[in-house]
Design a protein around this ligand. Structure first.
Ligand SMILES: *Cc1c(COP(=O)(O)O)cnc(C)c1O
Length: 428
């Protein structure tokens, strides 16, 4: 095959819906750590990490050894949700290494393999328990593509593609949405506790602690704590969508630990298997496990291979504090580097994020688009997010080494400088 631009096969064979293969026109053949190789011998630095699916990098050797051994032993790979040693070991390991240390008590529900299916399950459970329909979700939030999840997601383009009216969610301003002077949690409380507020009592408040797809918008500790209190006061469940920001991305295993939250339901997916294998689950407070057997089912709930890699990832990375400390240190480095770049170019660019989830807000889509395209030509994979894709998103592997990180930022800075030279954009 030729380079993808010159390879009509992709256009002919795959639906017009394909997206990342357009932003990154190459044929990717191999990958380790933070490096991806293409069939024409290019070497690219990966700062996208499968949109947060590869927190431990591509093809981690130790995790690979665990799944290779599992496959070689003819152990059960697919068994619907039948009991297997792999399933038990995953839950026991997660419970002892992750939950017990944090004084959290949850039951596990494995859902279908997508994050969206886990969000669906969480919303269904909240509605079943409370016998209410309304979900409070937030402007610029993203929760997946299935009808229940997209109904609670803000993006107009994705919503419109659903083809039917989307209901059951009420959108509220996220932390900081109305500017620094306005506490949007107070606004939410006021409306929900006003008998004339016009908002149906919610089954749940569904929130990301950092909005990943929405533009790397960061909620403060105080705001998140207020949201938790409001949920409790109005009889709604607090659901944290930790699909992208969980599994260490913000420094601790769960992104809500810094705010000492105790969510009723936690949704995990993306990096949960640690290897890019599909695996999604809910953590449900024990007293809220109101499901009838089989009420939310699915063929691929808790695939054994993904459970084996997930167990290995927890054992390798979460038995001690080393990775957490490293994420905080690397995150600080990333932030100061991006802030230096932002102030050097002085266009009102903003840097946002927490841990190793950072966003560089270019204000104009034209700048972020040109920057990302040029970066790809120079050997860096970075994606864009935000309502008009005006934010360049940095999600390197949590295990990235300093040299690769620096090289990536050098490419980004050069690409941004070139983009600014070539785009005539108004200065903010
Ligand atoms: C990716 C993502 C989802 C959806 O997960 P899929 O596996 O793509 O269905 C939901 N919520 C958040 C926060 C995400 O980042």
């Amino acid at each position: 095959m030729q380079e993808i631009n010159g390879a009509p096969d992709m256009d002919v064979l795959e639906s017009n819906v394909r997206s990342y293969s357009r932003s990154f026109p190459a044929i990717f053949t191999r990958a380790t750590g933070s490096i991806m190789l293409t069939n024409d011998g290019r070497k690219l630095i990966d700062f996208l990490s499968g949109a947060g699916t590869l927190n431990y990098g591509h093809n981690n050797q130790e995790i690979k050894a665990a799944i290779t051994e599992y496959l070689a032993s003819d152990a059960v790979v697919h068994g619907l949700d039948m009991a297997t040693p792999a399933r038990l070991e995953f839950m026991e390991t997660f419970k002892s290494v992750i939950l017990r240390k944090r004084d959290l008590q949850y039951k596990f529900q494995f859902t279908g393999p997508t994050g969206a299916n886990a969000v669906e399950a969480a919303l269904k459970l909240a509605r079943k328990i409370t016998r209410r329909q309304n979900i409070i979700s937030f402007v610029h939030g993203y929760h997946g593509m299935s009808l229940g999840a997209i109904a609670a997601s803000g993006n107009r383009f994705y919503r419109a593609a659903s083809g039917i009216p989307l209901g059951g969610a009420t959108f509220m301003p996220y932390d900081g949405y109305l500017g620094p002077g306005i506490n949007t949690a107070d606004y939410l409380r006021k409306l929900l506790t006003d008998e004339g507020g016009g908002i149906d009592s919610p089954a749940a408040i569904l929130v990301e602690t950092v909005q990943g797809e929405g533009g790397i918008n960061v909620a403060s500790k105080a705001w998140l704590q207020s949201i938790q209190t409001i949920a409790k006061d109005v009889g709604a469940l607090l659901i944290i969508d930790d699909i992208q920001m969980g599994c260490g991305r913000t420094g601790e295993f769960f992104s809500f630990e810094f705010a000492a939250l105790s969510p009723d339901i936690v949704v995990l997916s993306k990096s949960l298997s640690g290897y890019g294998l599909p695996l999604s689950m809910l953590l449900i407070k024990e007293e809220l496990d109101a499901w009838q057997p089989g009420e939310h089912t699915g063929t691929f709930r808790g695939n054994n291979l993904a459970l084996v890699s997930g167990t290995a990832a927890i054992n390798i990375f979460w038995q001690c504090e080393t990775l957490s400390r490293r994420v905080k240190r690397t995150g600080d480095l990333m932030r100061s580097r991006l802030e230096t770049i932002a102030s050097k170019h002085g266009n009102g660019f903003a840097v946002r994020g927490r841990g190793m989830a950072l966003g560089f807000d270019c204000l104009f889509a034209e700048i972020s688009e040109t920057t990302a395209r040029k970066a790809f030509e120079k050997g860096l994979i970075i994606e864009r997010c935000g309502p008009v894709d005006q934010v360049v998103k940095f999600l390197p592997a949590l295990t990235v080494d300093d040299e690769t990180l620096n090289l990536g930022f050098e490419i980004f800075e050069e690409s941004l400088a070139e983009a600014l030279k070539h785009t005539a954009t108004p200065v903010a």
